[in-house]
Design a protein around this ligand. Structure first.
Ligand code: GDP
Length: 218
């Protein structure tokens, strides 16, 4: 068993690994609108999912320190595509379309198409899905539906709270406590919940460290 000081040193080493990984160049590889257009799964992948407007593009841009890598808020109703970004030849960051657009009631606009479900089910190199949840609002029914789908497909997912600069600690603790209660019913859930803000950078270094552990060796 390691003492607290060793743990601290381990944590610092992981943070440094994350910093170094995300300092590497990150470039757009492909935007896939059908299965044939998915790039080969040669690198470990981490996908980012969440409701429209959850702060997904902002988080990806904050992680990679690139202001415009992921485009903010694609217009709902446009062709859905999965965007792939190669991070230093070691990790593929995958931007999934947002779901649950509030004003998309009558049509299927804002709902995920078959491509995305197929991607999530059949991607052996998909190491983790970061499921982004707005820390002011907590989990919604479509987030829970995605959790159930990922449990079913045995794809490991991890909750990342966004916009923590705008939410109170009490509200966040309530979300985290509820999640902790539900995790035993979610076999594919990673139980560490990250609290982030793309605005002030809180939690970004910790999330980089978490994801660096999934990357291909340097
Ligand atoms: P996406 O639709 O999930 O890609 O969300 P965006 O990244 O486009 O963000 C949606 C809105 O939330 C934009 O107005 C962002 O400026 C805002 N936003 C994103 N992240 C944060 C954050 O960490 N803090 C605050 N206060 N606002 C944020």
């Amino acid at each position: 068993m390691s003492g607290p000081s060793e743990n601290d040193a381990d944590d610092a080493a992981l943070i440094e690994e994350g910093r170094l990984l995300f300092e590497r160049e990150c470039g757009f590889i492909a935007g896939a609108t059908n299965e044939a257009a998915l790039p080969p799964g040669t690198l470990p992948e981490v996908a980012f999912a969440g409701r429209s407007n959850v702060g997904k593009s902002s988080l990806i841009n904050a992680l990679t320190r690139q202001a415009k890598l992921a485009r903010t808020s694609q217009t709902p109703g446009r062709t859905q595509q999965i965007n792939f970004f190669d991070l230093g030849g070691r990790l593929m960051l995958v931007d999934l379309p947002g779901y649950g657009y509030a004003r998309a009631s009558r049509t299927k606009v804002g709902e995920w198409n078959a491509l995305i479900h197929a991607y999530l089910k059949g991607r052996p190199n998909l190491m983790r899905v970061c499921l982004l949840v707005d820390s002011r609002h907590g989990l919604k029914s479509n987030d829970m539906a995605l959790m159930a789908e990922l449990d079913e497909s045995a794809v490991v997912y991890q909750i990342v709270l966004t916009k923590c600069d705008k939410s109170g600690t009490g509200k966040r603790q309530q979300i985290i406590d509820r999640l902790a209660e539900s995790f035993p019913r979610h076999p594919a859930a990673h139980t560490v919940v990250h609290q982030t803000s793309a605005q002030n950078g809180d939690g970004i270094a910790g999330l980089r460290a978490e994801l660096a552990a999934l990357a291909a060796p340097a």
